[in-house]
Design a protein around this ligand. Structure first.
Ligand code: J2J
Length: 550
């Protein structure tokens, strides 16, 4: 039976039973799934990593090789004392080792915590400390940044952290390549209803919350996505976005492709100069992008010399894709556009491949599952009629019932009967498709990268000259939104420059995309009727200012 644990809220027994009976939860685990594929078609290519070979060559791992590597890595992790339930913070770029490590952890039941390559000391320290991680897996350097130094600092501060495993040159840490050893029988392998990993929430709070996903529920979202996106064993999925993010991981993503027995091609970067040659040489059939990248690809396709004709489906999601941009995708890239509106907490919506063009370009799709319950409600949780705009609440066979170790947040983020409050403002059409109209959560969506206002405000507030800070979104042609920090200085504080605030935030060690794009100094903040900062007024003020400056 589904377990509630002190760390995670499970699915209530009657729901778990229903999801199993309906055939959504197949009783599979990731570890066994990979084994089955490897037994079925050991010589088929699973992973193509064009940049991962130290000698500069393309690496191609078959299903047999990936399975074998996962076994050996699992044995190595066990030998290092890593056990079922232990947390391991994983921060790898798009390299083949990502999958070797993830499947090794899945096999022993240790939980990967999916950090993004852009995260820095502030975030990593929090993930390691909050999850009491025993290990942290990193590249040596990535995009000019030395992750080993960061790891040394974090290790010195987090008692539980015993291992740092490095892909590449280890420095004072352990080389990942030295970990694997002869396979052993895994004691107490995870059950399908147990946790597989912790995913990060986009977040609207001071620190990102962690999302506990089970084998059963996540695997359902994979094969459910495969059916909707047309992924089968002949597909070739290009992972262009950071592999750890929920979208390229599961919608249908790399894990969906592996579930289907398809091929995964890893792009080190998502830009056309890297991705287009890979599409041509590897015969890529499907990939996923955030809206700003979809715009760049659409433009680059007009003049490219590369043959993109293998591409059948381009998924676009993570942030609102404008209708105007959506209309240009199919003609420019010669493929079907599929909009995807998903969230790491669960619910994923897709436009269907055979939806009319009008639906594909004007909606963000409809849920994967017939058992995804979607409610659109007003501020008092009253259901609204079809066509009305309101808060999106959802419950279903792959949507969490609570964040990991967060009982207070859970009381606010979920209704008493287990609906997740997405914080998205949507409208539902007659056909059941959702249109994203806005956001109630205190978050900026910077071209798909989520910035929690409170997290950045806390960093700014640490500046000695700052009295108060409020971070809001401002419109941007390319990213959709950027961040603007409104700052009130302390009385008597000398003049402070915008740049000094940005530099201060950057030096506190956080992902570059979270550094405010603009800083505005004001004497005081506009207030709402009940004396809270009116972010609505601040957003309007900066938007008006940008328009006036044009
Ligand atoms: C508007 N807003 C969107 C869209 C996500 C697939 C695709 C995306 C994510 C993701 C994901 C949007 N239009 N098409 O996990 O599996 C905003 C919403 C949502 C939040 C979730 C997947 N697609 N969004 O983006 O957990 O505000 O997941 O609640 O990062 O992104 O963010 P995240």
């Amino acid at each position: 039976p589904q377990q509630h644990t002190p760390d995670a809220v499970g699915y209530p027994a009657e729901f778990a039973e229903r999801y199993r009976e309906a055939g959504y939860w197949r009783g599979e685990t990731f570890g066994r799934m990979l084994r089955e594929r490897a037994l079925d078609h050991p010589d088929r290519i699973a992973i193509v990593d064009p940049a991962g070979d130290p000698a500069g060559g393309i690496r191609r791992w078959t299903y047999g090789e990936l399975d074998d590597r996962a076994d050996r890595m699992a044995a190595g992790f066990l030998a290092k004392g890593i056990r079922k339930g232990d947390r391991v913070v994983l921060q790898l770029p798009n390299v083949a080792e990502f999958f070797e490590v993830v499947f090794a952890l899945f096999r022993i039941g240790a939980l990967p915590v999916f950090a993004l390559p852009a995260h820095r000391e502030s975030e990593i320290r929090h993930f390691c400390a909050f999850t009491e991680a025993v290990a942290y897996v990193i590249p040596d350097t990535e995009a000019g940044f030395d992750h080993r130094e960061l790891a040394s600092k974090v290790k010195a501060n987090v008692d539980t952290l015993r291992h740092v495993f490095v892909v590449g040159e280890p420095g004072e840490h352990t080389a990942l390549r030295d970990v694997p050893c002869d396979p052993v029988a895994v004691p107490d392998a995870p059950r399908p209803d147990e946790l597989a990993f912790l995913q990060l929430s986009g977040g609207s709070t001071g620190v990102p919350k962690l999302i506990p996903r089970t084998h059963d529920d996540y695997i359902y979202s994979l094969w459910g996505s495969n059916e909707i996106c047309g992924v089968d064993e002949h597909s070739v999925y290009l992972c262009a976005l950071p592999a750890a993010h929920n979208f390229p991981l599961s919608s249908p993503g790399t894990l969906g492709a592996l579930y289907a027995g398809a091929r995964v091609v890893l792009a080190p970067r998502p830009s056309p100069d890297v991705a287009f040659p890979l599409i041509e040489s590897e015969g890529v059939t499907i990939t996923g992008l955030v809206p700003p990248l979809a715009l760049v690809w659409t433009e680059a396709a007009a003049t490219t010399g590369h043959d993109l004709s293998s591409l059948q489906v381009l998924l676009v999601g993570g942030a609102k894709f404008s209708e105007e941009a959506a209309r240009r995708v199919a003609p420019a890239l010669g493929c079907t556009l599929q909009q995807v509106f998903g969230m790491a907490e669960g619910l994923v919506n897709y436009t269907r491949l055979d939806d009319p063009e009008e639906v594909i370009v004007t909606t963000q799709g409809r849920p994967i599952s017939p058992d995804d319950e979607v409610r659109v409600v007003d501020d008092e949780d009253n259901d609204l009629p079809t066509g009305a705009t309101g808060h999106l609440l959802t419950r279903g066979p792959y949507t969490i019932r609570g964040y990991w170790r967060a009982p207070e947040h859970n009381a606010a983020s979920f209704t008493a009967d287990g609906f997740y409050r997405t914080g998205d403002i949507v409208r539902r059409t007659e056909t059941g498709h959702l249109v994203v109209e806005g956001r109630a959560k205190d978050q900026i969506n910077r071209g798909g990268e989520k910035v929690a206002a409170e997290e950045i405000e806390n960093h700014i507030l640490a500046h000695p000259a700052v009295h108060d800070a409020a971070v809001v979104s401002m419109p941007d042609d390319y990213l959709g939104e950027r961040t603007c920090a409104y700052v009130v200085l302390r009385a008597g504080a000398g003049p402070v420059k915008s740049l000094a605030i940005k530099k201060f935030v950057r030096e506190r060690g956080l992902a570059a995309y979270k550094v405010p794009d603009r800083v505005e100094f004001v004497e005081e903040f506009p207030q709402t009727g009940i004396g809270k900062v009116s972010k609505k007024d601040l957003r309007a003020a900066i938007a008006a200012r940008l328009t006036a400056a044009q």
